[in-house]
Design a protein around this ligand. Sequence first.
Ligand code: NAD
Length: 362
Amino acid sequence: MKTYRAAVIGVSRMGAFIDNEMVGYPGTVPPYSHAASYTTYNRTELVACADLRPEIMAVFGQQYHVPPERQYTDYREMINKEQPDIVSVATQPEQRAEIVIYAANHGVKAIYAEKPLAASMAEADAMVEAVERNHVVFNMGTNRRWGQAYDKIKEIMDSGQIGTIKTLIVYSTGAIFDTASHHFDTLNRLNDDQPVKWVQANIPTGDTAIDGDFMRQDPQGEGIIKYANGVTAYALLTPRSTEYEVIGDKGSITAFNDAYHLQLRQDTTLVPGTRWNGFVTVEAPTVPPDSSGLNLVNDLIHALDTGAATRGGIRVARASIELTFAFIESHMRGGARVDLPLQGSKMKLQRNRAPRQPKFTA
Ligand SMILES: NC(=O)c1ccc[n+]([C@@H]2O[C@H](COP(=O)([O-])OP(=O)(O)OC[C@H]3O[C@@H](n4cnc5c(N)ncnc54)[C@H](O)[C@@H]3O)[C@@H](O)[C@H]2O)c1
């Protein structure tokens, strides 16, 4: 079977070294970073990298066996010379669109882009156009979409054990670009990627982050997402980190600690012999931790091999960034309902932030 040649653009934390920050994290097993996923996966070969910081690439090269002549400070030169099959774009979102569009237009067959997708809706739309016109296989790094614990939640939802789904909750929406990109994608996925009808949102520190048409920071947000199929999602800001709840008319699933602990409750009409009215706990389903990074790469390879769609894709990635910009729009209109598809968003994320220092050892 064919081995695919992969290259990583942006070799800092998520691109290469975040595995050192995740040692002992109970819900996942390595690999997590893009580079570690390509070197672990048996049908990808990590052949090259690009970053603006040669000193970071030097360490990357040693750890991942990418020689200096295959370390590029210009990603265009890297793509043109190395002609990789797969390119990862693990920069910050401000740089993502330009790189993804260049890769799509210059022969790259598959792209694994980090979240959030883009810094503006205009960029997101240009990315959709380039990826679709060039028939590029695409996944965005919203890892929970490829995590087996979240598959388990979906399996229970789809089995009918909690009845018709009414409500989704994420307990800590977090920063609307960086963190909410994960949560919006998970909410969308749990709701079968149904279209959103409207959102209403509040960004507590939004007024200091918004500077005309620019977002100068990535502030936290909270809000309501109404889906066209009637499901309502509540994106809360509470101290309960990455936790979710799915509530149906016959039961609920609570995902504690990033779905490491699950709890299934069912209506007493389904659980005879109890004196409570309403839901009672019936099960704590368990799922062994897995590597969402490997699952995501495997999904790309399957799509390259067979022409099948990936579990994510560029339209799914666009849907979550559209929610971020719809939250901003709603906040700017005093929390008014904003209908989707979002029209006329001119807002652009433009932070003046230096890249982070990756952790080179565990
Ligand atoms: N999926 C996850 O769980 C997860 C976890 C952490 C970070 N992330 C995402 O990954 C992305 C990167 O995060 P990070 O913390 O590693 O960022 P970082 O700021 O540490 O690193 C970004 C890297 O991109 C490089 N870069 C910038 N412009 C470039 C260009 N034009 N060409 C080549 N390289 C360029 C920088 O030099 C830097 O090394 C972010 O979008 C973040 O949200 C995802």
